[in-house]
Write a protein that binds this ligand. Structure first.
Ligand code: SF4
Ligand code: SF4
Length: 258
């Protein structure tokens, strides 16, 4: 708690694009109420003001890609009563986890004129690979309504009401016609975590898995259907190697079937 008696909220950035932090600022209708209910102790995207810890709730965006960040996340964990990771970078390593399938030194040599100055790890890993995480919120970016639910839940000491089912359940809830059945469009909805409200199928597009794997996804059953719809082995490998390439079920499918 802060001196004002309000719970303290800290927002931390690791290797990421800032898009998930911006989801908090994007809560236009609720932002003033939220700002009045907590003391913002650390949120560099929004304010230069900093309040020393400990913090009642830390939201962590981004993956661990440098030795310095591997140490910094330990400090954040020690200073946080509850730690929630937000987004595909923090929960699965993000698009930068594509390095996990290659030799990062080759990338560094190809991209930087003076690679000796670059200090980076061989892999991009989620926060949960380094410290205990109290809750993971998926998406690239996360959904702002789900973020509000998670913050509200932790401030009230209850579990967040976030479904662990697939995008398909959200299609059904919205009464959307299945894009695969009706149009033969390849779709990762059956194995992807719910949360976006079936955004892509609502526009007659297949899901490409930006919310990462749902709980117990059956990728082995989906892949033959994707192949029937015209995807080559290489295509299958590529659809599972995007924002959540480092999430184990998608990594496994890419290696097994790609
Ligand atoms: S999960 Fe996506 S939107 Fe969020 S920080 Fe990472 S790249 Fe950006
Ligand atoms: S339908 Fe799939 S790709 Fe589209 S926003 Fe939702 S989870 Fe992301």
């Amino acid at each position: 708690m802060s001196e004002s008696g309000k719970p303290t909220l800290a927002v931390w950035k690791f290797a990421s694009c800032d898009g998930c932090q911006l989801s908090l600022l994007d809560l236009e209708d609720e932002l003033l109420a939220l700002a009045g209910a907590v003391q913002l102790a650390e949120f560099r995207e929004a304010t230069s003001g900093v309040v020393a810890g400990p913090y009642d709730l830390s939201l962590v965006e981004g993956s661990i890609t440098t030795p310095h960040d591997a140490e910094r996340i330990q400090d954040v964990r020690r200073a946080s009563r509850a730690l929630v990771t937000i987004g595909a970078c923090a929960t699965a390593g993000g698009i930068q986890a594509l390095r996990n399938f290659a030799d990062v030194r080759e990338f560094v040599t190809a991209v930087y004129a003076s690679p000796d100055y670059i200090s980076t790890l061989e892999t991009s890993t989620p926060i949960s690979a380094h410290v205990h995480v109290d809750f993971e919120l998926h998406g690239c970016p996360i959904d702002k309504r789900q973020l509000l639910e998670v913050v509200t839940a932790f401030l009230h000491g209850r579990r967040p009401g976030i479904p662990s089912t697939s995008v398909c359940t959200q299609c059904k809830a919205r009464g959307l016609v299945c894009v695969t059945v009706a149009h033969g469009t390849p779709c990762l909805g059956p194995v992807t975590h719910a949360g976006c409200g079936a955004l892509c199928p609502a526009y007659n597009r297949g899901c490409y898995g930006c919310f990462g794997p749902m709980e117990t996804p059956n990728t082995a059953a989906l892949v033959p259907r994707l192949r029937e719809l015209g995807l080559t082995e290489r295509d299958v490998g590529r659809v599972f190697q995007t924002f959540n390439a480092g999430a184990e079920p998608f990594r496994e499918a890419a290696v097994r079937d790609g």
